[in-house]
Design a protein around this ligand. Structure first.
Ligand code: HEC
Length: 151
């Protein structure tokens, strides 16, 4: 093995080690807490955007831009928490989240894509664009909660 290959293999082993360690650390009850915490923060930063975009709260382009950017990051965080190992934990997640994982993941990806579009118009201070895009984001929240979250 030449030196380059040795370094490449060591790098791959390190990356695998980090992934394995991260998985080993995450106990099911902790994963549930983490996914609920991510969703709670998504709710926190989504609320004002929805209120402003629907005209219920006076519009503030700076808050919308900040919140949309937070949401772009937060929207990537809950998903590894919906791991098979959490099936037996008490939560509002319905069993379908595990048995229909492909559908669940598809909605999660759609939500991230729609929020990314929201981020673009929000940072451009494009109020009309935000008012149009917020509905598309809201639909993805509803689509998943309807099928995968207990009332
Ligand atoms: C792909 C599925 C999915 C999408 C998309 C989704 N959620 Fe959720 N959400 C869930 C599930 C499942 C739970 C229940 C989590 C649990 O208890 O294990 C939840 C819980 C929540 C909670 C309650 C958190 C708590 O534990 O008290 C809030 C608030 C929330 N979601 C907001 C949102 C908002 C706002 C959006 C859209 C911007 C959204 N969610 C998009 C699946 C989703």
């Amino acid at each position: 093995m030449n030196r380059f290959m040795t370094v490449a293999v060591a790098g791959a082993a390190l990356a695998l080690g980090v992934a394995t360690e991260a998985m080993a650390q995450a106990k099911p009850d902790v994963l549930v807490k983490q996914r609920q915490a991510a969703m709670t923060l998504i709710g926190k930063y989504w609320g004002p955007v929805a209120g402003m975009a629907s005209g219920k709260v006076p519009y503030n382009a700076d808050i919308v831009a900040r919140n949309a950017t937070y949401l772009e990051n937060l929207s990537q965080m809950p998903w590894d928490g919906f791991h098979e190992s959490t099936k037996g934990e008490k939560s509002r997640t319905l069993p379908e989240a595990y048995s229909q994982k492909a559908k669940f993941d598809e909605i999660a990806e759609r939500m991230q894509a729609e929020i990314a579009k929201l981020g673009v118009v929000a940072r451009a201070k494009n109020e009309a664009g935000v008012k149009q895009q917020f509905g598309a984001v809201g639909k993805t929240c509803g689509a998943c909660h309807d099928g995968f979250r207990a009332k």
